[in-house]
Design a protein around this ligand. Structure first.
Ligand code: 5GP
Ligand code: ZN
Length: 112
């Protein structure tokens, strides 16, 4: 998807601070962090949302990076949350699948 923001980031057309990467995915800081650690993990391939994912190995690769980011930012033991907003009701705003990695402060449940 040429005009997709996260495809541009995945291709390196828009520079980001890459926190972790593997064959299927990469992680970088969210532009508007809502927690002391707030990273996004995106697949290199374009899937608009979780419902469009066809290769579920990608999801494992994304979660491996989430754990790596949590470890590297020191929140593995204190706790962290991984969130995929999929579709309008969930609040998805960028329609390239992404996993939020959030931590560094206590969080509430249920989410809003
Ligand atoms: P969503 O609401 O779709 O689950 O999350 C989209 C996330 O992407 C938001 O947290 C937003 O701050 C982040 N975001 C939007 N544009 C950019 C950008 O250009 N760079 C980065 N690093 N994050 C972005
Ligand atoms: Zn894309």
């Amino acid at each position: 998807m040429n005009d997709c923001l996260f495809c541009k980031i995945a291709r390196g057309d828009i520079p980001v601070k890459v926190l972790a990467f593997n064959e299927h995915a990469l992680a970088f800081p969210d532009l508007r962090p809502v927690a002391p650690t707030h990273a996004l993990v995106i697949p290199r391939a374009h899937f608009a949302s979780l419902g469009d994912l066809t290769d579920f190995d990608v999801l494992g690769a994304m979660h491996a990076l989430a754990v790596q980011v949590a470890r590297d930012t020191g929140i593995l033991q204190s706790g962290f949350r991984t969130v995929i907003n999929s579709g309008p009701d969930a609040g998805q705003t960028v329609f390239h699948l992404h996993l939020h990695v959030l931590g560094g402060r206590p969080m509430e449940w249920p989410p809003g």
